[in-house]
Design a binder for this molecule. Structure first.
Ligand SMILES: C[S@@+](CC[C@H](N)C(=O)[O-])C[C@H]1O[C@@H](n2cnc3c(N)ncnc32)[C@H](O)[C@@H]1O
Length: 297
């Protein structure tokens, strides 16, 4: 199988669509200031969130800056925008090397593609946004120290979604003790990444956000739940599951607490479960809508 990170990000769209906490999303809709808006999304990947917000009619008139450090993602995002805009019945045009405009008679979204490390971007950004978005991103950063700098990117709201929160479940059980060990060791790799990361970032964000002077307007679970119906996974969700197992394999290969043969067999059985439409995968995550505190402004 060809493991491509942009393809992984595309494959998780339908799963993220289901997972995003709809109460938190309603609070976002209710609290958004009048358009036109300025939105900054950090760790934006290939731009699936701006596509979603247009599709879900959350944004109509806005300037949308998407920041990601991976050149491959930004290149993909820039090339892909025309296809998804046309699919949504919108026109798309380039408006500069790193800019695109997606529009019709009532909508006008100007997207700026920024390939940058988020902390470099924070240093150079001159105009804070009305809304900061970080989707499936905060659990990769050094916390809590990254939070205050990140919040300088907004004058008002931050929608912080899909923050992993300590539970990974693969069903059906293969061998309870081995399943539990793989889950524990996989979470430990998230906590030990040199660039930061926290396998329980969801629950920790309550305290971290308060300490950073942000008011939590809404919070709720946004679990990934992937399962097959009548033996078939929706959309590209089988690819997504294969990619998750690839992550687990990459993270734990050669781990001293795992027998290599047992681990290889475990992966083989899980892959067969995907092919048969038997694997159920659940990851617990949390969404937040926050208002940046005035003490930080
Ligand atoms: C799990 S992916 C999520 C991408 C996107 N939000 C989505 O859900 O489709 C995390 C993204 O953060 C980006 N990233 C990681 N560290 C970063 C950093 N320090 N600065 C900017 N982007 C970063 C990665 O390149 C990747 O695209």
């Amino acid at each position: 199988m060809d493991y491509s990170f942009p393809c992984y990000l595309l494959s998780k769209q339908s799963i993220d669509d289901r997972a995003l906490n709809k109460d938190v999303l309603s609070a976002l809709r209710a609290n958004l200031p009048n358009e036109p808006l300025r939105i900054i999304e950090v760790g934006a990947g290939v731009g699936t969130m701006v596509r979603r917000l247009v599709r879900w009619d959350v944004i109509r008139q806005c300037e949308y800056v998407m920041v990601d450090e991976m050149a491959e993602n930004i290149e993909y995002a820039s090339a892909w925008v025309k296809a998804w805009a046309e699919e949504a019945g919108l026109s798309a045009e380039r408006s500069g090397e790193n800019q695109a405009r997606v529009f019709d008679q009532s909508r006008d979204v100007r997207i700026q593609f920024e390939r940058a490390d988020v902390f470099d971007f924070i240093q150079k950004n001159e105009e804070p946004a009305d809304l900061l978005i970080a989707h499936a991103f905060l659990d990769l950063l050094p916390m809590p120290q990254a939070l205050s700098p990140l919040l300088t990117l907004t004058n008002g709201l931050a929608w912080l979604t899909l923050n992993f929160d300590g539970v990974t479940t693969f069903e059906p059980t293969i061998e309870a003790a081995l399943d539990a060990r793989i889950e524990r060791l996989y979470h430990e790799t998230m906590d030990k990444r040199s660039t930061g990361g926290d396998s329980r970032s969801g629950r920790h964000l309550f305290g971290y956000l308060q300490n950073a002077g942000a008011e939590i307007l809404a919070a709720g679970a946004s679990d990934w739940v992937v399962f097959a119906r009548e033996g078939a996974y929706a959309d590209d969700e089988a690819y997504f599951l294969h990619f998750i197992l690839h992550f687990v394999e990459q993270s734990l290969r050669g781990h001293p607490e795992l027998n290599a043969g047992e681990f290889a067999e475990w992966l083989k059985v899980r892959r067969t479960q995907i092919e048969r439409g038997e694997l159920v995968y659940i990851a617990h995550q949390m969404d937040f809508l926050v208002e940046r505190g005035s003490s930080d402004q």
